[in-house]
Design a protein around this ligand. Structure first.
Ligand SMILES: Nc1ncnc2c1ncn2[C@@H]1O[C@H](COP(=O)(O)OP(=O)(O)OP(=O)(O)O)[C@@H](O)[C@H]1O
Length: 326
């Protein structure tokens, strides 16, 4: 990440020329916003007849975790590979760490970390050897043993990569992706095959990387992962970004209306309402004549998964059929 240093004032030399009155200090100018780490405008890529990427716009600010979500074939991998400099684009403007990936050199590449879907470890090397070997490609790598510990593989440091379980191999992939201390880290479905505990440990690691200033572009089909990690999500469908926002606000208020469900006269009912408390009070008043309980009462807000499914064309009413109260 680019850090801007402001020259320290020279001791004993206040502002203003000697012998002149010192002008009043100007009001502090607003700090200029740091340029985005990733800037994409109208990105396009076609494979034969297939328009895989059809005009994507995306900005990622320094220190952000942005999750790119979308169904299979939406164009996520193609987009990420263009940002990584591994694939040529047909059209559009792309800046990654201030450079065009199509022409950027080795120095630029050393500032990126890539955890791709396909494992790239050296099967015959041990975990520790593999991380040490990869570290040599970077000008300012992290301490390899610390990286092995950070991904929870210390106990396997002497094991050959080919002997690791699927989840352990994935952790090794992550170790190889971060050992160069990247400014921008691409994580492509990083926790596929992780058990729940390993997944949570990995999320903690990603949060620590973000706290250390690493900017992260995450692609995942795991909506819980996106909700937990991402500052912002971008939903891609048919090669275009159809929505961006925080996991809490994506889709806008309309997509976030709470749902009250209950059972009355043996029939399951539900209603979406922006005022669930009032509805529950109404139901409680009705139930007061019986035993006072509202059977199977549940108040829920749409999850990120519900909102996502609505955005990519799945009919949410199939899952949450709304009925009017009688
Ligand atoms: N090398 C290629 N040659 C031809 N078509 C391709 C190629 N790579 C991808 N495609 C097509 O482009 C479209 C976008 O693919 P892409 O891999 O970018 O999607 P994705 O969103 O990453 O999907 P997934 O979630 O399955 O990884 C798909 O229809 C895919 O079949």
């Amino acid at each position: 990440m680019t850090t801007t240093r402001t020259p320290a004032p020279t001791p004993g030399s206040p502002p203003g020329s000697p012998g002149t009155s010192t002008p009043a200090a100007p009001a502090a100018a607003p700090r200029p916003k740091a340029p985005p780490v990733v800037r994409v405008r109208d990105l396009r890529k076609r494979y034969g007849e297939k328009q895989a990427v059809a005009g994507i716009d995306l900005d990622i600010d320094p220190g952000e975790i942005v999750a790119v979500l979308g169904p299979n074939g939406a164009g996520k991998t193609t987009t990420v590979e263009i940002l990584e400099g591994f694939r040529a684009r047909d059209a559009g403007e792309v800046r990654v760490l201030g450079e065009d990936p199509a022409t950027a050199g080795r120095g630029w590449r050393a500032r990126l970390g890539v955890v791709a879907q396909d494992s790239r470890d050296q099967a015959e090397l041990t975990v520790a050897e593999s991380v040490r070997y990869t570290a040599r490609y970077y000008p300012d790598p992290a301490e390899p043993d610390e990286v092995v510990a950070a991904v929870g593989l210390s106990a396997k440091a002497g094991a050959r990569a080919r002997s690791l379980s699927g989840g352990q191999r994935r952790r090794l992939d992550v170790a190889l992706g971060i050992v160069g201390r990247p400014e921008l880290l691409f994580l492509d479905e990083p926790t596929t095959g992780f058990d729940p505990q390993a997944r949570r440990t990995f999320w903690d690691l990603v949060n620590r990387l973000r706290d250390g200033g690493t900017t992260i572009l995450l692609t995942t089909h795991d909506l819980a992962e996106a909700a937990y990690l991402a500052d912002r999500v971008a939903v891609v469908r048919d090669g275009e970004v159809v929505a961006t926002g925080s996991p809490e606000t994506l889709g806008g208020a309309q997509a976030r209306v709470p749902q009250v469900s209950w059972t009355a006269d043996g029939v399951q009912r539900s209603e979406r309402t922006p005022a669930p408390t009032a509805l529950v009070a109404r139901l409680a008043a009705t139930a007061a004549g019986t035993d006072g309980e509202i059977t199977d009462l549940r108040v829920s807000r749409p999850t990120l998964e519900d909102v996502y499914l609505g955005l990519v064309g799945h009919d949410p009413s199939a899952a949450h059929r709304t009925e009017e109260t009688s």
